[in-house]
Ligand binder design. Structure first.
Ligand code: B16
Ligand code: MG
Length: 219
């Protein structure tokens, strides 16, 4: 058996992507940038500041903003996001996720959260899942975001477990890349077009099955 499971949050445990999208859209419209769903795809799994930089690139006249102004905008986006996130509850847990968490816990395998979101702890609490997690990576302490392996390495090192004995679950290509670079076993949730690098792929969270994952990991 593996010793640690490391979960991504957005897209794996719940769908906060829609809320991030609405918050960025509101911010972008406030500074006269038009922003659509397609562009939003590029922001998945990317940190708040990096996302802002990508959005500002849509309007070259905004590239001259200084750091203080950028931080203000990022804070504003987070205010919008937190407002929307108020409504998050148990029903927002994606299908199959709590069942998987239960199975892992039963085997005394450690569970960690490796999200790029600084709001991750708060969201997990609202979802009613806090008691499953032995460790939540503090995204504000991560120097290099996904696809860098740092997020996953921090989680494994917290437990002092060899990377080969860790399993990471991700919905973003950058996340799968990060898990693979950390020499962990990667489970992808999504399409083969997006996640062809995953060691094991399921099409959605309802297909996440403990025994099946262990079987593939042991092969
Ligand atoms: P925050 P994940 C990521 O979550 C989101 O996919 C991404 O869109 C968001 O910008 C990022 O968290 C940072 O979130 O503004 O709350 O710090 O997929 O890594 O769980
Ligand atoms: Mg994700």
């Amino acid at each position: 058996y593996p010793k640690v499971f490391i979960f991504d949050l957005d897209g794996v445990i719940t769908d906060t992507a829609e809320l991030h999208y609405l918050a960025w859209k509101k911010l972008a419209e406030g500074i006269n940038i038009s922003f659509d769903k397609q562009f939003n795809e590029r922001l998945k799994g990317i940190s708040r500041m990096e996302s802002l930089e990508l959005i500002l690139q849509l309007d070259t006249s905004l590239l001259k903003l200084d750091n203080e102004q950028k931080v203000k905008l990022a804070n504003k986006k987070n205010e919008y996001y937190l407002e929307l996130a108020e409504t998050i509850n148990k029903e927002d847990v994606l299908p199959g996720v709590e069942d998987l968490l239960k199975h892992i816990k039963k085997q005394n395998i450690k569970i960690a959260l490796g999200s790029a979101s600084e709001n991750a702890k708060n969201v997990v609490k609202k979802l009613g899942l806090s008691s499953y997690f032995d460790y939540i990576v503090d995204a504000s302490k991560v120097k290099k975001g996904k696809p860098d392996p740092e997020t996953f390495i921090i989680a494994a090192d917290y437990f002092g477990i060899p990377y080969k004995e860790c399993i990471g679950i991700e919905d973003a290509a950058a996340g799968i890349e990060a898990i693979n670079k950390a020499n962990m076993f990667s489970v992808g949730v999504g399409s083969v077009e997006n996640l062809s690098q995953a060691n094991y792929l399921v099409e959605d969270t309802s297909k996440l099955n403990f025994e099946e994952i262990i079987k593939k990991y042991s092969d």
